[in-house]
Design a protein around this ligand. Structure first.
Ligand code: ADP
Ligand code: MG
Length: 200
């Protein structure tokens, strides 16, 4: 794995979320309340504003602090869930992670999100992207493969019926739309793996 430059990762993630905020909002408008783009943008801009503070910390502390910031600023259902993801990642990761440690820590972080959301794979949520990405890490997939797997996993939420979150209130009418949180997760996964690999 390439050297981890946290400031660069934060900038890239915040740029991606800002560039796709309207798309995320549109997805959430179809089967939710239309705030996911703004929620994510608010949170990642808050993280960007303190990028120097975060990147001065050892990686585990930085991830915990980013998670806390996301809980405080994203709001909605997704804020505590993304916050939990980063906080749990920070709890499990080592200061200079290799792929094995990153994979194990990511697995634990997904378990924490599932526990927090009382959710599991197949319910049309961010977990439907997180879990395949973890599987891909376990299988030794390359960064471009992982980014494509994340996109395909988000796409695969289209025919699912939502069983968690606001979209679940729609029942069968949630079918035929991509889950907004799955899309934002896939966007973040692509940004992170491409930034780590030094790709565009
Ligand atoms: P809200 O639903 O409160 O408006 P957002 O629009 O920011 O919050 O986020 C919605 C996203 O959060 C969904 O698209 C879904 O991916 C995710 N989500 C909602 N509830 C859960 C849950 N219980 N478990 C996992 N993910 C969830
Ligand atoms: Mg919403």
């Amino acid at each position: 794995m390439a050297a981890l430059n946290l400031a660069r990762l934060i900038t890239a993630a915040a740029d991606t979320i800002a560039a796709h905020a309207e798309e995320l909002t549109a997805l959430d408008q179809a089967i939710g309340d239309g705030d996911h783009g703004l929620n994510m943008k608010r949170g990642f801009e808050a993280v960007r504003a303190e990028a120097e503070v975060f990147s001065a910390k050892p990686l585990p502390e930085a991830l915990k602090a980013i998670g806390t910031k996301l809980v405080m600023t994203v709001g909605g259902a997704s804020g505590p869930l993304f916050g939990t993801l980063f906080m749990a990642l920070g709890k499990e990761i080592s200061a200079e992670p290799d792929r094995a440690n990153l994979t194990a820590a990511f697995g634990k972080a997904i378990e924490a999100v599932a526990a927090r959301g009382k959710s599991q794979i197949g319910q049309k949520t961010m977990l439907d992207v997180l879990q395949p990405v973890h599987d891909a890490l376990l299988q030794g997939k390359t960064a471009p493969e992982i980014a494509d797997i994340a996109d395909a996993a988000a796409e695969a939420t289209v025919p699912m019926k939502a069983l968690r979150g606001r979209a679940s209130f729609l029942g069968d009418r949630s079918i035929g739309h991509m889950d907004a949180g799955a899309r934002s997760t896939a966007l973040l996964v692509r940004t992170i793996v491409e930034t780590l690999e030094g790709q565009p």
